[in-house]
Design a protein around this ligand. Structure first.
Ligand SMILES: [Zn+2]
Length: 472
């Protein structure tokens, strides 16, 4: 392992490149002032350059496109790709020598490296994914500069260094409550920021969602963040704590991501904390896909990411219609090109422009729609809310299971359905859940592990991994 280890940490790995960052910031600032037609042209130019690059630098894409003409290609002419395909041919997909599956697996095996860079340059995000295939996504420094600038300017409205300074002076403290056990995009980004700018590490923190609720509440009360970023289901769980008076936060804003923010959840969380709640849409494949404007509309960063909504047969879906899935093309990242990559989310691109006047396309996402479970507390007779992303992390990281469905029936009983080829995971699944419930102070719960394969939703065809059938 020694040679691999020395590769991970080159001496300048925390170096921040101001030239690259300012270039990205200027590009994004310019993009924000384009008309819809000029935006489409900017995106087309980047698509063409990406296709030429992938064809030359990635043996996988070069094989995939070998029968296609060299010129006059449109994105829609190219075959879509899936996560399992990209993972299977990982070493042929990536365009940089030294970035191999073996190197990445060794890197992510060590949680102490979360937020560090690989080979001194690349960020790695792991994703569990709703499709059941775990994935690794490598992002190069140019792509990271683009994500950072998109996030700063379009989501946070920090348009100049003076805005950034003002925010620092205002003393904002940022807390992300998320799964922190592996190299997930959220925690990896927070840790990368802390390494790049140690002076702000006191004001940026990631807190583990997978800990007993009381411990999390205590940590948050001590840290006193002004901005909280988390999953909608976790925000709802914390809203309960705030209403009960155990959590005592005075927040300026709550940012949600990772799951769909429903209107009832938004209102409930807003009421409990008395602050604005904003959602964003992102993925390990492209961090800031869309941001929410003051009209509560998600706008796609269409100058840097292309979303193509498709039906079950992969045909384009018209604006205004909900898609079965969506193909993503990342225009910022060259190290692991993603071109017409099947992201799996159901989206609707709005036919009309948003009332805010933005030129960026408006979109609704019906991506992850897993439920939180409500289990009996070990003491005091109350209930413990267990959020879906925590359960998924427990089963994936703790039991190595990827194809599962946890169902809490109307009578409160709990069943885990494991596909047939996950049968060897039955005992580890039960043990991992027991351990986790114990840490969360959940009372004794019977866990039935069934041989029935996870069932897809009859209407959408999507696999919901955590389903709660209790009445709200
Ligand atoms: Zn808008």
């Amino acid at each position: 392992m020694a040679p691999l280890r020395s590769l991970f940490a080159l001496p300048n790995e925390s170096a921040f490149d101001p030239a690259r960052w300012s270039e990205a910031a200027f590009d994004i600032w310019q993009g924000s002032h384009l008309t819809p037609t000029a935006l489409a042209h900017a995106s087309e130019r980047r698509v063409r350059a990406l296709i030429v690059y992938a064809r030359e630098a990635s043996p996988f894409y070069s094989r995939l496109y070998r029968r296609l003409p060299l010129h006059g290609l449109h994105l829609r002419d190219l075959p879509p790709v899936t996560k399992s395909q990209l993972m299977k041919h990982f070493d042929d997909v990536v365009t940089q020598p030294g970035v191999t599956r073996e190197v990445i697996e060794a890197f992510i095996a060590d949680p102490a490296r979360i937020g560090h860079s690989l080979l001194g340059r690349f960020s790695i995000f792991t994703s569990s994914g709703t499709t059941g295939t775990p994935g690794y996504f490598v992002h190069d420094p140019d792509a990271l500069a683009v994500y950072d600038a998109l996030e700063a300017q379009r989501f946070r409205g920090l348009l100049s260094p003076a805005d950034v300074l003002r925010q620092v002076m205002e003393g904002d403290r940022y807390a992300m409550v998320a799964a922190t056990e592996s190299h997930f995009a959220g925690i990896a980004t927070v840790e990368r920021m802390r390494r790049w700018a140690p002076w702000m590490s006191g004001a940026v923190r990631a807190l583990a969602l997978l800990q007993p609720c009381a411990a999390l509440v205590q940590e948050l009360n001590l840290y006193r963040p002004t901005i909280l970023a988390t999953y909608p289901t976790a925000a709802e769980m914390l809203a309960e704590e705030q209403e009960a008076g155990r959590l005592r936060l005075r927040l300026r804003e709550i940012w949600t991501g990772g799951e769909v923010l429903s209107e009832p959840t938004r209102l409930r969380v807003q009421r409990a904390f008395g602050c604005r709640v904003r959602s964003a849409y992102g993925a390990s494949e492209f961090l800031p896909i869309a941001w929410e404007c003051p009209h509560r509309t998600l706008h796609v960063n269409s100058d840097w990411v292309v979303l193509e909504p498709v039906d079950r047969q992969g045909r384009a879906v018209e604006p205004g219609m909900r898609s079965y899935s969506v193909l993503l093309t990342n225009l910022a990242n060259r190290v692991q090109p993603l071109i017409r990559y099947d992201l799996g989310d159901a989206v609707t691109v709005h036919a009309e422009r948003c009332a805010c006047g933005s030129a960026f396309p408006a979109v609704s996402v019906a991506g992850r729609c897993d439920d939180a479970l409500r289990l009996p507390a070990r003491r005091g007779g109350g209930e413990v809310t267990v959020v879906p992303l925590a359960l998924e992390t427990v089963l994936e990281e703790g039991a190595g299971a990827h194809e599962f469905q946890i169902v809490q029936a109307a009578d409160g009983s709990l069943t885990v359905h494991l596909g047939n080829h996950e049968r060897s995971r039955r005992a580890p699944v039960r043990a991992a859940l027991r351990r986790y419930f114990e840490t969360c102070e959940v009372g004794p719960v019977d866990i039935v592990v069934s041989r029935r394969a996870p069932m897809r939703d009859a209407a959408s065809g999507k696999l919901r991994r955590v389903v709660c059938e209790l009445d709200r």
